[in-house]
Design a protein around this ligand. Structure first.
Ligand code: AMP
Ligand code: FE
Ligand code: FE
Ligand code: ZN
Length: 289
């Protein structure tokens, strides 16, 4: 590391154990090439990429924060909760994630069935071929099957046409309530931060009162600096954080080739990472090479 250079900290990325397109090893290599000093791997509803990422990070000489991004549901709208440094052996949290992943399988099959009935050229085996053995299945894997069979060129097109939350083909999956998810992350010794809380594509807006309720349940921070947020959303997050005593993070939400988000496009300050680390139980430490 060169002196006088701020650490580049990116606390939200995905590998192909969820809907990223690179293996945990490739993700770490991409992070190193992008000049990232501290990387968090935060796959949807799983810790399956942690061990491979840890080995790759030690090899590449970058600091690794192990995390998850929990898909939650509130009033029928989705909300994503980042959980940093949780105990991977915590039965309550892991049980909830298992339940969500199982429900995602049946949900995906039903969505594909509806799409095929609607005349979209897609079959369930084509989609399953896009999902690795330990991978959390999701809508992006339907998009990947449509890319492979030549129907579309990028995941974006599938999300514009057929995969939105209000699409006739959309089927919900089991997802915990955010309050419960915050409590589970804390009980597992981890640190909960709401991912892109004010994403404008959401169906239902998250109210200030709801953030207050989550804070009372143990919420630690808001991911303010994210490409889904404009200046208004950033300002709102900053005002809420100041009022409620929450920390603010910034991250890329990198998905490899699956999304346009680039590693390090938003970053988190070193003192915020230190606060997150201090708030965790230590069962799952930050890994330093
Ligand atoms: P699911 O978890 O199955 O409900 O699918 C939601 C996932 O789809 C999110 O984690 C996003 O990463 C991904 N996603 C949403 N919109 C897009 C888009 N326009 N292009 C690529 N991926 C997207
Ligand atoms: Fe995703
Ligand atoms: Fe998310
Ligand atoms: Zn994400």
């Amino acid at each position: 590391m060169t002196p006088n250079r701020e650490l580049v900290i990116d606390l939200h990325t995905h590998s192909n154990v969820s809907d990223g397109t690179e293996s945990p090893t490739e993700l770490v290599a991409a992070a190193r090439a992008a000049g990232i000093d501290v990387l968090a791997i935060t796959d949807h509803d799983t810790v399956a990429g942690w061990d491979e990422a840890a080995a790759a990070a030690a090899e590449a000489g970058i600091v690794l924060v192990r995390g998850i991004e929990i898909s939650c549901a509130h009033d029928g709208a989705s909300l994503h909760l980042l959980g940093y440094l949780t105990d991977p052996d915590d039965a309550d949290l892991m049980g909830e994630l298992d339940r969500a992943r199982e429900s995602r399988v049946t949900r995906l099959e039903r969505m594909v069935e509806l799409m095929a009935e609607g005349g979209i050229p897609i079959t369930y085996p084509e989609v399953l071929a896009q999902v690795g053995p330990e991978t959390t299945p999701g809508r992006p894997h339907i998009a990947d099957a449509l890319i492979l069979n030549g129907t579309i060129a990028h995941r974006d097109e599938a999300f514009q046409e057929w995969l939105t939350d209000d699409s006739p083909y959309y089927v919900a999956h089991y997802a915990p309530d955010p309050v419960r998810a915050v409590e589970l992350v804390r009980a597992a010794g981890g640190v909960p931060v709401i991912a892109h809380p004010f994403t404008r594509t959401r169906e239902l807006a998250v109210t200030d009162e709801f953030i207050e309720q989550l804070t009372a349940a143990g919420l630690f921070g808001l991911e303010a600096y994210h490409r889904d947020h404009g200046p208004e959303e950033v300002e709102r997050a900053e005002a809420l954080a100041a009022r409620l005593g929450l920390v603010l993070t910034g991250s890329s939400d990198y998905h490899g080739a699956g999304k346009r988000n680039r590693l390090g496009e938003n970053t988190t300050e070193p003192q915020i990472l230190a606060a997150i680390e201090a708030a965790a139980s230590g069962v799952t430490p930050v890994l330093r090479p």
